[in-house]
Design a protein around this ligand. Structure first.
Ligand SMILES: *[C@@H]1O[C@H](CO)[C@@H](O)[C@H](O)[C@H]1NC(C)=O
Ligand SMILES: *[C@@H]1O[C@H](CO)[C@@H](O)[C@H](O)[C@H]1NC(C)=O
Ligand SMILES: *[C@@H]1O[C@H](CO)[C@@H](O)[C@H](O)[C@H]1NC(C)=O
Ligand SMILES: *[C@@H]1O[C@H](CO)[C@@H](O)[C@H](O)[C@H]1NC(C)=O
Length: 249
């Protein structure tokens, strides 16, 4: 029984370690097609302040190449000083967030950028870009990255309220990272498991581990009984005879 106690402790410690090993998966939110898991599309306000670029949209003055934009689309807006603020808003549950814009370097239209980032109502960052030479477009530009988020729902906003010069927004997509348990990842059918709150993740791992431990425990118990029978031949023999007699009777 001492062996079994040691074994249980070892398994318990293994379980504690397994709990921390969580697989990470990225989920993309496109400007037009939205979140690939929930299909919720970000909110762009004011509603009459945005132009769809690519996918049949005319866009604004900026003409980036649709083939280089994620899902061949982007949303275009220019905020003029004094106008109502521009806002892009979306929610997600994850531990990291990456926000990608197309940046324009052009002398032909206002291409200056000055963005504010709000996470759950709190200002967490800014991004500024002054037009550079040569002119052209910079695709997949990460304007905001946060890799230290709590694994819970976050309400994220990009806000532009310029006071000095017009600001251009060419929003392309965002990526957030969800955590998934190992057994979910191993199933090829669930490429994009729904995000699981940490408590449930623990419970899930716990359940799997519980079944595993029970199986192992029973196996060890059988082995110990068998060994005992071999070493303590007399007692073992008596037990066998008892079982046999009961079977006969
Ligand atoms: C998610 O995407 C970011 C940005 O492309 C990348 O750095 C990170 O490694 C990706 N994470 C996973 C789990 O694929
Ligand atoms: C968006 O792009 C991704 C990655 O290329 C692709 O898997 C997905 O089908 C595209 N969605 C649409 C609606 O085009
Ligand atoms: C990430 O978001 C948290 C709030 O959830 C904030 O405290 C932290 O400063 C942010 N980090 C970055 C790099 O923006
Ligand atoms: C997220 O924040 C925006 C802007 O502050 C607000 O309008 C919206 O109601 C919030 N959404 C949620 C789900 O909390």
């Amino acid at each position: 029984m001492l062996l079994l106690a040691k074994l249980s402790t070892a398994i318990w410690m293994l379980g504690r370690t397994t709990r921390v090993i969580l697989a990470l998966q990225n989920v993309t939110i496109d400007d037009r097609f939205g979140d690939e898991l929930t299909h919720i599309v970000p909110t762009f306000t004011p509603v009459d302040g945005w132009w769809l670029g690519g996918a049949g949209g005319t866009g604004g003055f900026a003409k980036p190449s649709a083939s280089l934009a994620y899902n061949k689309t982007w949303l275009d807006s220019t905020h003029e000083v004094g106008e109502v603020e521009r806002m892009i808003n979306f929610g997600f549950t994850g531990v990291s967030l990456y926000v990608y814009f197309i940046i324009a370097n052009s002398q032909d239209f206002s291409a200056f950028t000055d963005y504010k980032f709000l996470m759950d109502g709190e200002l967490v960052g800014t991004y500024t870009h002054y037009v550079e030479k040569p002119s052209g477009y910079l695709y997949n530009t990460p304007v905001y990255v946060n890799r230290t988020l709590k694994n819970e729902f976050h309400n994220f906003s990009i806000v532009v309220d310029s006071t000095e010069q017009p600001v251009l927004l060419l929003f392309d997509y965002a990526i957030y990272t969800v955590t998934a348990t190992n057994d979910l990842v191993n199933q090829p059918s669930s490429r994009f498991p729904t995000p699981i709150p940490p408590s449930d993740v623990g419970a899930d791992v716990g359940r799997t581990l519980g079944a595993f431990t029970l199986g192992l425990f029973l196996g060890m118990l059988l082995l110990v009984v068998y060994r005992r029978q071999k070493t303590q031949g007399i007692a073992g023999g008596a037990l066998l005879m008892y079982v046999k007699r009961r079977g006969d009777g």
